[in-house]
Design a protein around this ligand. Structure first.
Ligand SMILES: Nc1nc2c(ncn2[C@@H]2O[C@H](COP(=O)(O)OP(=O)(O)OP(=O)(O)O)[C@@H](O)[C@H]2O)c(=O)[nH]1
Ligand SMILES: [Mg+2]
Length: 453
């Protein structure tokens, strides 16, 4: 922890500038050894949050003209003294500056080590640290907004409130253990039941937004399926705005899955184009069709493309019946219909008249996807939504422990047994923000960061 760490904060390669970042108690000394500021009197005032022009040198050799940012403890990202050297963007220049810092005593940082230090110094909790990774890797506007809200601390605050409630329940039970059983007991139990119910409601409320949160963060696995030649690959290409898949009027053109991600209406869709489903004698086509059936099982959303002027096949009916909740029926090629009267469909599923060729139906599809993401609820991304699988799983375990405690309470279980269940709930809710976490979990989380973050 005493070590001063250094890393490139920018991606390797040729660019306009590179940033080399240092953090730790020795960072100032290392910079003093290598940096000749142009304005010495300003530099010597040691003002925080300043940018200083000067030469960076190793011994007597000037390596580059640089700008050095100085952010002193405790107000920096890591909570330690942080210096950022902005140099010209050649990979060679940046490497030489990095090497000079190492020669003067800095250690090369591990992935995520800056953020880990920020966490250990209380600048970020785990929810915020994970939001940093999400923000970096977000590919849609909604995902980025969600990560930003979490980074701002809104979700952490809600989780901390829940933790306070559970801790209060624990304190209440522990206090009751200390007193012998007497006639105030029934009153205590009633009050305790109210408190547990409140914590249960709050955790359930957070969990109810988690499905939406997870979709905003990770997107929807969206499988495009249908009989051969119905226009599946055309739909994929239109959504991607590029000719990714081969389209021909020969049935059986697509043989293998094609996977691509795209933002539709601000949501990330992980699209899978599949081989058309039919009875086939061709071995390769059969293997492709087998994959199509498998893909349906793991899909979050199925776009079943059907022909507007043909009745549904047995397979199409089967898909609608089996996966009713996740199917949107795309009734394609309406441009070929005489009076645009679509095939009548005896079911309640959402179906959208479509023509990929004439670019019709896309707005309705977007609206339907949006409706599904929000599941009929109005969810504002500025609400504190929980979206990370690790955090959701800890919250679920906290909810289960609370439910068990409530059961125990109703059965008249002794206080000391109940306190074990509430302790479990405390542990689970604490893991979310990073109170009481094991080193191995921290290592696992921060290793997912890039070097220099
Ligand atoms: N008229 C009309 N033709 C379309 C429409 N969409 C696609 N097509 C045509 O239908 C034919 C098949 O399109 P594909 O996208 O290759 O169909 P597919 O479902 O991927 O077919 P397979 O890969 O063989 O399963 C092509 O000739 C497309 O130009 C549409 O909306 N209207
Ligand atoms: Mg195809």
């Amino acid at each position: 922890m005493e070590d001063t760490i250094v890393a490139m904060a920018t991606a390797k390669g040729e660019t306009s500038i590179h940033v080399i970042r240092l953090s730790g108690s020795n960072a100032g000394k290392i910079i003093e050894d290598c940096f000749d500021p142009q304005n010495m009197s300003r530099w010597s005032r040691r003002e925080s949050f300043t940018l200083n022009l000067g030469n960076f040198r190793d011994e007597n050799r000037i390596l580059d003209e640089v700008l050095v940012g100085r952010m002193l403890a405790p107000s920096s990202y890591t909570g330690e003294d942080v210096y950022e050297v902005n140099c010209h963007g050649g990979p060679f220049v940046a490497q030489r500056i990095l090497q000079a810092c190492i020669r003067h005593g800095a250690q090369l940082a591990e992935p995520g080590e800056f953020s880990k230090r920020a966490f250990l110094n209380g600048k970020l909790d785990l929810v915020q640290a994970e939001a940093v990774i999400d923000l970096i890797s977000s590919r849609t506007e909604t995902a980025a907004n969600l990560a930003l809200t979490q980074l701002g601390g809104g979700l952490s605050e809600t989780i901390l409130n829940l933790r306070e409630e559970v801790l209060e329940i624990l304190a209440f039970i522990e206090a009751s253990i200390d007193f012998p059983e007497d006639d105030v007991e029934s009153l205590d139990r009633e009050m305790l039941e109210t408190k547990i119910n409140k914590a249960l409601d709050d955790s359930l409320h957070l969990l109810s937004g988690s499905k939406t949160g997870k979709i905003l963060r990770d997107g929807l696995i969206t499988v495009i399926v249908g009989r051969p030649n119905v226009g599946k690959s055309s739909l994929l290409n239109a959504l991607l705005h590029e000719d990714r898949a081969i389209v021909t009027d020969i049935p059986g053109t697509t043989r293998d899955e094609i996977r691509e991600s795209v933002s539709v209406g601000g949501f990330l869709l992980q699209l899978v184009d599949t081989a058309g489903i039919c009875e086939s004698q061709d071995l390769v086509e059969c293997l492709g069709i087998e994959r199509t059936w498998k893909a349906l099982k793991t899909a979050d959303l199925i776009l079943l493309v059907v022909e507007a002027n043909l009745p549904l096949t047995e397979d199409e009916n089967h898909i609608i019946n089996t996966y009713a909740e996740k199917v949107i029926v795309i009734v394609n090629k309406i441009d070929l219909l005489e009076n645009e009267q679509c095939v009548s469909m005896n079911n309640k599923e959402v179906w959208i008249p479509f023509s990929v060729l004439q670019h019709r139906g896309f707005e309705d599809l977007e609206a339907e996807i949006k409706r599904r993401v929000y599941q009929g609820e109005t969810v504002d991304v500025s609400d504190p939504l929980i979206s990370n699988v690790r955090q959701i799983s800890s919250l679920e375990r906290c909810h289960t422990a609370l439910s068990e405690a409530l059961e125990s309470l109703r059965r008249g279980t002794p206080w000391d047994i109940m306190s074990i269940e509430i302790r479990q709930a405390v542990q689970n809710v604490s893991e979310i923000t990073g109170h009481n976490v094991q080193e191995s979990l921290l290592e696992e989380i921060f290793s997912r960061f890039c070097i220099g973050k």
